[in-house]
Design a protein around this ligand. Structure first.
Ligand code: HEM
Length: 327
């Protein structure tokens, strides 16, 4: 009988596989036989393309609503990638400078892409159509994006998400997440200006996500990006490149993305002397701009003056069209 002419690499792989399966009490032969019946992986199955493309369901006949839905979904997928990186920092037993900086640079890249791509809204969405189909979406709002809230929770100590007016209440370091959660900044934004009560958008969001948000906030309490940074060796904490990457993350998430978004809220909801009410019912002109929110993830990295001027240069160049003075 002819000897089968196997490449030594094949023999070696078979040996390795036999070891792998034996370690789990499995029979290599059974698994090899299984391979005979397995079909090839196909692109469309692997990425679940049919399911993915079945998830865009406009509520109206206006063609541009499709673009509105798809771009929200794209953003949510990017948020998912950001959370995936931050979760790895949370779960790593030991984080060194290299791993830390790689993760921060990745999330910076993802947020950078989101900011760059926000202009898709102006290319793909006629204001006329938006103002019509949006009435079919009440009271849904991007305000209800739970992943956006989770990115915040995974990035900083919870106290930094508390509304500035309430922070003093929690000076004592034993304040619980549950106590602070009541005073989180975005709850303050979603109060009906006429009645002083929580908007329906907020109430529905709380009903669905309060438990999850509190659980995640407890999980990230000592494992969020900021606290992982504060546990790095002190010489690493002072590394200029690392600090620059963290400040970039803070700026991208807390100034540049919110302002790219705000620019379109203004453009699409500003109509004549009176602005159009948002679907989420916030006092959005006051609530959205970061100059008012002053959300800062890593406060210890800034001089007082930088905090005072948070978001100012972007507003001057992008909104008011003032170029910075040449030195
Ligand atoms: C024409 C385009 C858009 C307009 C006019 C708009 C308008 C608004 C307004 C007015 C708010 C404040 C809450 C409210 O009162 O509803 C808001 C919040 C929000 N929107 Fe949009 N939005 C647009 C596109 C997007 C897109 C594409 C995303 C991507 C997911 C998004 C995500 C969010 C998030 C995360 C918030 C909460 C922000 C915060 O709490 O600081 N929006 N939006």
């Amino acid at each position: 009988m002819d000897k089968p002419d196997f490449d030594p690499k094949v023999i070696n792989n078979l040996k390795l596989l036999a070891e792998k399966y034996a370690a789990d009490g499995q029979d290599l032969n059974v698994h090899l036989e299984g391979l005979l019946h397995t079909s090839y992986t196909k692109y469309w199955d692997y990425i679940h393309l049919d399911t993915l493309l079945s998830l865009q369901k406009p509520k109206t006949e206006h063609a541009d609503e499709m673009i509105f839905i798809v771009y929200h979904q794209i953003t949510e997928l990017y948020f998912k990638m950001v959370l995936h990186e931050l979760k790895q920092l949370k779960e790593s037993e030991k984080v060194d400078a290299d791993f830390f900086i790689k993760k921060v640079n990745r999330v910076n890249w993802y947020f950078g892409q989101l900011i760059e791509s926000f202009d898709i809204i102006s290319v793909g969405l006629e204001q006329d159509q938006f103002l019509k189909f949006r009435s079919a979406l009440h009271p849904a709002s991007g305000f209800q994006s739970v992943q956006y809230r989770l990115v915040e929770i995974a990035s900083t100590d919870f106290i930094n998400l508390v509304s500035p007016a309430s922070k003093d209440k929690f000076e004592d370091e034993y304040a619980t997440i549950e106590e602070m959660y009541e005073e989180i900044y975005w709850k303050k934004g979603a109060i009906d200006t006429h009645t002083g009560k929580k908007t329906l958008t907020l109430r529905l969001f709380e009903e669905k996500y309060t438990n999850l948000l509190i659980r995640m906030a407890n999980e990230y309490k000592f494992k969020n990006l900021y606290s992982v940074y504060k546990r790095l060796p002190s010489d690493v904490q002072k590394d200029a490149q690392l600090i620059a990457s963290m400040k970039k993350f803070d700026t991208l998430v807390n100034i540049n993305w919110p302002l790219a978004h705000y620019k379109y809220a203004v453009r699409y909801l500003h109509k004549g002397p009176q602005d159009v009410a948002s679907t989420g019912g916030t006092n959005w002109q006051k609530y959205l701009p970061p100059r008012f929110q002053k959300q800062i993830f890593f406060p210890s990295l800034y001089a007082l003056e930088e905090i005072e001027n948070w978001g100012k240069s972007w507003v001057e160049t992008e909104v008011l069209n003032k170029r910075p003075a040449m030195s």
